[in-house]
Design a protein around this ligand. Structure first.
Ligand code: SAH
Length: 350
């Protein structure tokens, strides 16, 4: 694989142009071409600079291979990377804007029992430019322009554990929020982690005040370990301390994801235990009914059970919402699309 120009910061693009003997405005042109989601071969550069770049860098490191449209307007994308690996992402349309869900790794090694992304383990990390490339490709397809992005919000909730690919994810976040880049505000970004405590604390020092989201899915460590192996390494109490530390550093309230699983974590006693755990903390709970995954035994609860769980939390004074499950007709849950694609095409991971 060649190098990826979308990995580079604006300062590094300037250094690249200078090293090639190009004038500084060529670096600006390159940066603008990147923001517009263009291939190097389409960018208005000098012929010699373009040829030099194409010798060393991938022309299109992230390609949209297939697009699926859900009845509710959600779009699901299958992307192909330069080495043939496949990743997936979703664009959800809301009244306030369009939220894109991006992947941070090919596969995942966290092993959560309800998740399709981890079925074949982790294949490799994505580079910063491969994470950004998903947004650039979708923003372009949806007609985004400079200063008028079609993708307004980004959530790192696709395949992969962002904090298991820490350096690349932080580099991606810096480039995404750079004023010479897509110039997105950290307030419009969410990062979801299964709770890697040391990285949560390290991230608090980076000065990127985004919406830190933790996948909790249980209220006691032993119960959590039944569906999330990472619970054998980090305790809920330490996760809560790391969240409080993040709040102290950034002033941003944090969010807990809680997927309601039939017969596992969705009874009234769980709602009360969750309320007790979170009472008085500057946080919000996002409930979602588990999306059943073909290869997995676990099932989501009924809508009624989910509503009761929500009511119980609210009546304890916990800020919470029940998310609509979007795009479930097109395999909206993480990793489902890639998993079914690999299966249908009788391909193991490339
Ligand atoms: N690794 C990160 C981010 C990716 S998963 C994390 O664990 O947070 C994004 C969210 O989707 C997580 O909250 C995850 O637990 C949840 N999730 C995974 N599979 C799901 C499914 N089948 N139904 C509902 N939520 C699911």
């Amino acid at each position: 694989m060649k190098k990826i120009v979308q990995d580079l910061s604006f300062g590094e693009l300037c250094a690249l142009a200078a090293a090639a003997g190009e004038k500084p405005f060529r670096a600006k042109q390159l940066a603008e071409g990147i923001v517009q989601g263009k291939k190097i071969s389409e960018m208005p550069l000098s012929a010699s600079f373009r040829a030099r770049l194409l010798g060393e860098y991938e022309d299109e490191p992230v390609k949209i291979k297939e697009t699926f449209l859900s009845k509710d307007g959600t779009k699901k994308f299958l992307f192909e990377l330069a080495d043939g690996n496949l990743i997936e992402g979703v664009l959800m349309k809301y009244k306030y804007g369009n939220t894109q869900c991006v992947s941070t790794q090919v596969g995942c090694r966290m092993g959560c029992k309800f998740c399709a992304s981890t079925l074949h383990g982790r294949v490799r990390d994505l580079s910063a430019g491969e994470i950004l490339g998903q947004i650039l490709a979708v923003n372009r397809l949806e007609g985004g322009k400079k200063g008028e992005r079609a993708v307004t919000n980004v959530v790192l909730m696709g395949s992969g554990e962002p904090f298991d690919n820490y350096e690349n994810v932080v580099r991606f976040l810096r480039n995404l929020t750079d004023k010479e880049g897509l110039n997105m505000s950290a307030r419009n970004l969410s990062l979801s982690t299964c709770g890697l405590v040391p990285e949560m604390r390290r991230f608090a020092e980076e000065g990127i005040p985004l919406n830190l989201t933790v996948s909790l899915h249980a209220t006691a460590d032993a119960e959590r370990a039944r569906t999330m192996p990472i619970a054998n390494r980090y305790q809920i109490a330490d996760i809560l301390d790391a969240c409080a530390y993040y709040f102290g550093k950034t002033g941003r309230r944090y969010i807990f994801e809680y997927s309601l699983i039939e017969g596992e974590n969705a009874d009234e006693r769980h709602a009360l235990a969750l309320a007790k755990l979170l009472k008085g903390r500057p946080c919000h709970v996002n409930l979602i009914r588990l999306n059943a995954v073909k290869e997995r035994e676990l099932k989501g609860t009924s809508e009624e059970t989910a509503q009761e769980f929500l009511k119980a939390l609210l009546s304890c004074g916990i800020s919470a919402t029940l998310r609509r499950s979007m795009g479930s007709d097109i395999g909206g849950a993480c990793g489902q699309l890639r998993a079914s694609y690999l299966k249908e095409n009788k391909e193991e991971t490339p």
